[in-house]
Ligand binder design. Structure first.
Ligand SMILES: [Zn+2]
Length: 420
């Protein structure tokens, strides 16, 4: 069973091993290498045979908004008739629509719908998910969202990372961006910090959301409290968010559709990961996409994520995002696979812990269907899942959506994974 390893030898950067073995202890990878090199002490242990299947590290979705109330089918219809995302947002629709419904929603409703999304993501091979708040825009609802994320982290088998995005847009009841920025800095950030509800703080630095001055104020305040930083930057316009992210040592700058060379050099120098979200660009009819060759030339680490959210992209399938990484951004298939695994882990500060099969990492493994011999089929089979099943933390087996209709060879039942 080939595997995507941390280091990449001469196979287009994939780092595959033929006929490999993985030793798992207490949910972690203990050893990984060629089956013929399996150390003697492990030979008689309980085994799970992949039966010739391709095995990959679990996929890492490093940017999502899966906790929200309602939907935005109405916005979608308006955009299909020619209104732009920005026009709808500035007319009080867009994110504001979701805020109204999310404020009204109970914790249980938010938990249940997000849990359903996580289950579908898992069936597509996603074993780590970053989730942002940002549809509350008041202390009470932001805390409610972050508590739902905490509960998902406790009850779902995926690894969940939590991000406070109180600075998503300025709520309609606020008198000004400046007033809401002060509320964020004085009240909301300290409370989120005190409750220990988020690893990251994110800001939507964009026309109609937060300008550079407010973004800097929020990020500096977050950094002083010990949060790691993320920024939605250069999505719809070039506003300077990417260079600000780099100057403040943000772990990632996300979107970057309008980033210029100087922005990319700043990100590369700072080691800030570029999280690219082509499904959002596609779904909102963007006229411009980031170009992988520019990121490659500048030396920016490229990750891909779904940006799963009710407005600009309800996407849940990271494999499809890998396809878009190739055809819309110009990534190689191997780059796109690394961008949803090992590179995405860096956007969460989890390198070596998820997204690669290395000693010490969580034992999250994706088994592809039996007919797949080359993992680059994931981006190639546009929108078609080839995930037969997923092992999370070396324990729970979850059937993948690719196992549906895969016939008698499908590994749809854990009993087929018993020791031999
Ligand atoms: Zn986003």
């Amino acid at each position: 069973m080939p595997l995507l390893a941390e280091e990449s030898p001469e196979d287009g950067g994939l780092g595959c091993l033929e006929d490999a073995a993985v030793v798992v202890r207490e949910g972690r990878v203990q050893w990984m290498g060629l089956a013929s090199d399996l150390p003697r002490q492990w030979v008689s242990e309980k085994r799970i045979s992949a039966d010739g299947r391709v095995v990959l590290p679990g996929f890492v979705d490093c940017h999502s908004h899966v906790v929200y109330g309602g939907d935005r089918v109405g916005d979608f219809c308006r955009r299909c008739q020619g209104e732009s995302y920005e026009e709808i947002l500035s007319a009080g629709g867009g994110i504001h629509t979701t805020v109204v419904v999310t404020r009204r929603a109970s914790r249980e409703e938010l938990f249940t719908t997000a849990s359903q999304r996580l289950h579908r993501m898992r069936a597509f091979g996603t074993t780590t998910v970053e989730i942002k708040s940002g549809y509350g825009l008041d202390l009470e609802t932001e805390l409610k969202m972050l508590e739902v994320i905490r509960d998902l982290s406790a009850r779902e088998p995926q690894k969940i990372m939590s991000t406070f995005l109180g600075a998503h847009v300025v709520p309609r009841e606020a008198a000004s961006m400046e007033e809401y920025t002060e509320l964020l800095v004085d009240k909301m950030l300290p409370r989120v910090h005190q409750e220990g509800l988020a690893q990251f703080v994110d800001v939507f630095c964009e026309r109609g959301a937060f300008d550079l001055t407010s973004t800097r104020r929020i990020m500096e305040s977050a950094r002083s409290l010990g949060f790691d930083l993320k920024v939605h930057a250069e999505q719809l316009n070039r506003t300077g968010g990417a260079q600000l992210a780099a100057s403040l040592g943000a772990v990632s700058a996300d979107h970057l559709d309008w980033a210029e060379q100087a922005d990319l050099h700043a990100l590369a120098a700072a080691g800030t990961v570029g999280v690219l979200l082509p499904s959002a660009a596609l779904f909102t009819g963007a006229e411009r996409y980031p170009r992988a060759k520019d990121f490659r030339a500048a030396g920016v680490t490229m990750a891909l994520a779904t940006d799963c959210n009710p407005g600009s992209t309800p996407a849940e399938n990271l494999g499809l995002v890998a396809t878009l990484g190739c055809v819309q951004l110009g990534m190689t298939p191997a780059e796109s696979l690394r961008a949803i695994t090992v590179e995405a882990s860096k956007a969460l500060g989890l390198q070596g812990q998820v997204g690669s099969v290395v000693p010490g990492a969580r034992a999250d493994l994706v088994f592809l269907t039996r007919d797949v011999t080359d993992p680059r089929e994931i981006p190639y089979r546009m929108g078609i899942s080839k995930v037969d099943g997923v092992i999370l933390e070396g324990r729970s087996w979850c059937p993948g959506s690719g196992s549906v209709g895969a016939g008698r060879d499908a590994m749809a039942k854990p009993s087929m994974l018993t020791a031999r």
